[in-house]
Design a protein around this ligand. Sequence first.
Ligand SMILES: Cc1cc2nc3c(=O)[nH]c(=O)nc-3n(C[C@H](O)[C@H](O)[C@H](O)COP(=O)(O)OP(=O)(O)OC[C@H]3O[C@@H](n4cnc5c(N)ncnc54)[C@H](O)[C@@H]3O)c2cc1C
Length: 344
Amino acid sequence: MNKNIDVLVIGSGQAGLTMGYYLQQTKRSFVLVDACNQIGDVWRNRYDSLVLFSPRNYSSLPGMTMPGNPEGFPTKDEFADYLERFAKYFSIPVQLNTKVERLEQVDGKYKAITSNGTFMATNVVVATGPFQKPVIPKVKGIDSKRIFQIHSSEYRRPSQLPKGSVLVVGGGNSGTQIAAELSKNRQVYLSTGHEIIFIPHRILNRSIFWWLDTLRFSKISVDAKLSQFLKKTEPVIGMELKSLIASGMVKIKERTISIHDQEIKFQDGAKIKVDSIIWATGFDFDFSWISIPGVLDHNKPIHQRGVSPVKGIFFLGLPWLSRVGSAQINGLKHDAKFLSKYLN
Ligand SMILES: Cc1cc2nc3c(=O)[nH]c(=O)nc-3n(C[C@H](O)[C@H](O)[C@H](O)COP(=O)(O)OP(=O)(O)OC[C@H]3O[C@@H](n4cnc5c(N)ncnc54)[C@H](O)[C@@H]3O)c2cc1C
């Protein structure tokens, strides 16, 4: 069955839902489609102990404040349930269990072939998230069968790992949180190719998000010189790992360069033996389902503040779409509101 609409939004995470909120205020017909079977599943499927680094008052979508202590930090399931309530409250039309398998241009419109019907739309907003395809670097000896290895996206809880020491590779927010959790009952090594910059959750009794807002950091555009610097040095929010490193519970190692059986070698020549490795080495985009010339360059979206040079195609929720917080809950609304003006 072909459904004809003004706007198709692909993805019903925080980005898709925020777009839906602004579309509700227009006369355009629209629908959100999502491959998952429950709104918020991306969050439910993240590791059990995950607590958001943004407090509730900076984890709310427009028009609906997250209930609970505004200065407190929501759990991942709490945030997932909030997203679901948000969609219901604003009656945002969402069709779940609908994976877009191909997006093409037909007679000036866009045709989305999905696992659950075909849609024809004048505009398409791609809100499929910043973390699509897990990346594990091609380290020499990576196929060693003597070590249990998973990507951070598959990590749920410590009991998943065999007994013994673990190497977490990657010094970003996920890697550092997982390393801190595992260090409670085993030796943990954390391998990182750069110095970790920690920023506390609170400074002078105010949330770091309050400071970023007040000092107007969150408004700095992607093109500003400061943004170029910040892009290279994504800080870790929270100081827990810093004290675990100081007490020796987590040992920092340089970049991982090779694996031989259970032995890991690092850039400075140091070697250790471990039982498990968690690759917290990030994600790549996967837009292989978009078959429209001019939209992608080597699988990366071509856009200016989310507006594609191909009329009627838009991206939302990508890191640095327009500013530092573009892929975060609180930073999205500016981009969604901006895009809503460009729709045909
Ligand atoms: C561990 C972790 C912790 C984080 N903590 C915070 C935090 O505390 N605060 C904060 O502001 N940000 C945080 N972030 C960053 C960001 O807020 C989240 O990554 C968030 O999930 C991004 O929302 P999104 O809507 O852009 O994408 P997603 O939540 O990834 O949603 C994308 C949706 O698109 C769907 N989809 C994908 N491809 C298709 C397709 N082809 N067809 C149909 N549907 C499709 C998916 O099923 C999914 O539901 C965190 C990220 C991670 C990884």
